[in-house]
Ligand binder design. Structure first.
Ligand code: AHR
Length: 589
């Protein structure tokens, strides 16, 4: 009908209208036929019939007036349809590949697997007799998915659970292991079937490194020292023989050891002075005995730091560190910072939310930058050479538990919002890479912001998983500064940057660029000036989905998956358009 009626406008308007309609409307007998002769024949015929019909039915028909109104109506509709494209903003980035910053430590991409809910049991461990395909009790599907992420380290067994864990209950023949209660997380029975040797098996299967958290609050230095001896002794001590008898003659390598967890809260509610006295004892007596880790590849000892923006705890621990002697030391200070939009008790849903919740969540997550800066300022005063690493060993978007699930199991869905949140945090860590040399997202499977969700034999990977996969090239790459104006978008009283970006050079000299478009509605044109490197093209992947709350489910596992993207690079200028609410990683070729 519209096509037909356009025939009534005068000659100039008619040409404009046809041009307009061909460009904007998918109605498209016109569009399709405009490429051949059928067009003029068909159009003229329709045009003529309409004209005769209207004159016959309604002799007083004001052709021009009606047609102008129709045209303005159509223009309005077209403007609405084209709004996102018309509104595409441009972000100008400038990258000089000859400049370089700190190494983006691969340990920034660490994971956290606490004995909590279905994180370990069912998520990783199904037991050797399970019908779910497994290797020595460990799920094959989960291992295969995690191998893709090149997980640098896994923190275990907690979290708060670490301070109630007694390692002896989790070694030796399965039948002899006592059932205990997981009092921290729901008071459920813990069979202790997944103990130290099973964890180490899992670590080896996924090709990672262990990051152990020792029990400082309800354990003793002796218990922790013996745990380390069991794992790392090469000389024939009783514990070395016990490990060998359990099937593991070779000592394990331990990447990192945390001395306590949140000792100011669930880890013993200690004052900082009390914690420092424990830290000194554990740091001295809990030794890694593996001969391969004495000179090189030493185990890093991580002290407890704050989980709040105030800096008194950091001040006291760093001041003590500045005066440490030969008998004690630590290599990193742990901090915990979660994104909890709406605060405590957790009320923010992880599914079926809207753009307001998305904005609120991203606003909240960007506080990570300030949080780190404040801690770093204190650390810089006591350690200007940045010997002590800041290790964000718990972070992520933490929302209300899924309705109908055990609240203590911290099970939540994972949406496109979490993918954007993950990229923003990883970018913040990369920008702080001179001090922030470790981070562990909470948590790996079925808990908080996870990589993987499982339900019996089913498994699905989350949008956050894909972000970690896309960021693999940034592991151990050299940070390259990106100059850009982040711009801003405003929505319902919240203002957020429109764009975020980082760049890095990998060991082969290849330049990688990440661009996050935070705007949930508008695409973004990118103009990136690249100096210090000759490139002809760029290619990579982009991750987005129809809605901010789009999720992958067992029934629809591919709602949020990355797709390939290419961009042109001409005369040192890369141009591309990134979709709304998207994460894009490109390499320059
Ligand atoms: O990740 C869940 C819990 O959050 C951890 O057990 C604890 O360390 C933190 O408070």
């Amino acid at each position: 009908m519209f096509q037909c009626c356009w025939g009534y406008i005068d000659e100039i308007d008619y040409n404009q209208a046809i041009y307009f309609s061909c460009r904007i409307l998918p109605l498209t007998s016109i569009v399709k036929s405009s490429r051949n002769k059928i067009f003029s024949t068909r159009f003229n015929l329709t045009f003529g019939i309409c004209r005769v019909l209207f004159r016959f039915i309604y002799p007083g028909f004001k052709e021009k007036l009606v047609m102008r109104k129709l045209l303005s109506g159509l223009s309005f509709m077209a403007a609405i349809l084209l709004m996102p494209l018309l509104n595409a903003q441009t972000a100008r980035l400038s990258i000089d590949a000859s400049k370089s910053g700190a190494k983006i430590d691969r340990n920034l991409f660490g994971q956290f697997a606490e004995n909590l809910g279905h994180g370990l049991y069912e998520g990783i461990w199904v037991g050797p007799d399970s019908p779910i395909p497994n290797t020595r009790g460990i799920r094959k599907d989960v291992v295969a998915a995690l191998r893709e992420l090149k997980v640098p380290n896994v923190r275990w067994p907690g979290g708060c659970f670490a301070d109630e864990y007694h390692w002896r209950k989790g070694v030796g023949p399965a039948a002899g292991r006592p059932a205990t209660l997981n009092s921290t997380w729901g008071g459920v029975i813990d069979t202790n079937a997944f103990g130290t040797d099973e964890f180490m098996d899992f670590i080896q299967q996924i090709g990672s490194q262990p990051y152990l958290a020792t029990n400082v609050a309800s354990g003793t230095p002796q218990e922790a020292a013996e745990w380390l001896e069991y794992m790392t002794a090469a000389a024939p001590t009783a514990l070395e023989k016990e490990r060998a008898a359990n099937g593991h003659p070779e000592p394990y390598k331990i990447g990192m050891m945390g001395i306590g967890n949140e000792s100011w809260s669930c880890g013993g509610d200690m004052t900082v002075d009390y914690y420092l006295s424990q830290l000194k004892i554990y740091s001295h007596f809990v030794r890694n005995m593996n001969p391969a880790q004495q000179e090189k590849n030493q185990m890093l000892k991580i002290a407890v730091g704050p989980g709040f923006p105030e800096t008194e705890w950091t001040e006291a621990v760093m001041k003590a560190w500045q005066h440490h002697d030969w008998s004690w030391n630590f290599d990193g200070l742990s901090v915990h910072w979660y994104t909890t939009p709406g605060g405590w008790p957790l009320s923010e849903p992880s599914t079926n939310f809207g753009v307001n919740d998305y904005d609120k969540t991203l606003k909240s997550t960007l506080f990570m930058d300030d949080f780190l800066r404040k801690q770093e300022e204190v650390m810089d005063r006591y350690d200007p050479q940045k010997k002590v690493a800041l290790v964000v060993d718990e972070w992520g978007g933490w929302y209300a538990a899924l309705p109908g699930t055990n609240k203590d199991f911290l099970l939540q869905q994972n949406s496109l919002r979490d993918a954007i949140l993950a990229s923003l945090n990883l970018n913040i860590f990369a920008r702080h890479a001179d001090r922030v040399r470790g981070a562990n997202i909470a948590q790996m499977i079925n808990v908080i912001q996870s990589m993987i969700l499982t339900d019996k034999e089913k498994m699905v990977v989350t949008p956050t998983y894909y972000v970690f996969k896309m960021y693999v090239p940034f592991q151990d790459a050299t940070f390259i500064p990106v100059d850009f104006d982040p711009g801003s978008y405003h929505h319902d009283g919240i203002t957020l940057p429109r764009v975020d970006a980082i760049a890095a050079k990998d060991a082969n000299g290849k330049l990688w660029l990440e661009i996050t478009n935070l705007d949930p509605e508008k695409p973004l044109s990118i103009d990136a000036e690249i100096a210090g490197l000759t490139a002809k093209a760029a290619k990579g992947e982009t991750l987005t989905a129809p809605a901010v709350d789009s999720i992958n489910t067992f029934a629809v596992p591919s709602a949020v998956v990355p797709k390939p993207i290419t961009a042109s690079v001409k005369d040192g200028k890369l141009t591309l358009t990134v979709e709304p609410k998207s994460v894009t990683v490109l390499s320059l070729e």
